[in-house]
Design a binder for this molecule. Structure first.
Ligand code: HEM
Length: 144
């Protein structure tokens, strides 16, 4: 094989194996993650099961919709604009001003599960992400 043939073969191999690697890419990038975050707060605002969680959040929700979207984009392996704008997440510390109980975690996961199932079509990816988010949410509990 000529050297050109060899390089073309390598190039083709690289192209074929360049599959999306991050959950951010797999979900569908900025547009889908924004949809997921907004759906999460829509459910929080509308579903009576999340009334206590909604009550805890400063209003209006526009700011947190934006901030949480940036966080999720970064958490899923996308661009790190959250960190550039707000610094290291220190998520547990950022939640300390709020009393996060096991019941509030339940309501948080309820909204996230509904939003995820509504937005992410790859069910096995959705399940994996929900599992990780559940662990993260558990870690946020600071009040019995
Ligand atoms: C376990 C139950 C949770 C409760 C009750 C809760 C509640 C809250 C509240 C009340 C705020 C403040 C909103 C505001 O400043 O407008 C907040 C901020 C935030 N939450 Fe949670 N949260 C929970 C779990 C989580 C989880 C699991 C994540 C990550 C996946 C998360 C990510 C964030 C982020 C990124 C912010 C903004 C922090 C900042 O100001 O930079 N939260 N949360």
């Amino acid at each position: 094989m000529s050297i050109l043939g060899y390089f073309n073969k390598m190039k083709e191999k690289k192209r074929r194996y360049k599959t999306p690697t991050t959950p951010y890419e797999l979900i569908g990038g900025d547009a889908k993650v924004t949809q997921l975050a907004n759906k999460f707060y829509d459910i929080m605002e509308q579903d009576p099961f999340a009334a206590e969680l909604l009550a805890l959040h400063p209003k209006p929700l526009d700011r947190i919709r934006h901030v949480f979207t940036l966080y999720l984009i970064m958490w899923l392996g996308g661009p790190n604009n959250y960190e550039l704008q707000f610094g290291h997440p220190r998520l547990r510390a950022r939640h300390l001003p709020f009393s996060v109980t096991p019941e509030l975690k339940r309501q948080w996961m309820y909204c996230m599960r509904k939003a995820m199932m509504d937005t992410v079509t790859d069910i096995s990816l959705a399940e994996k992400l929900l599992h990780s988010l559940d662990q993260l949410a558990e870690h946020m509990i600071n009040t019995d």
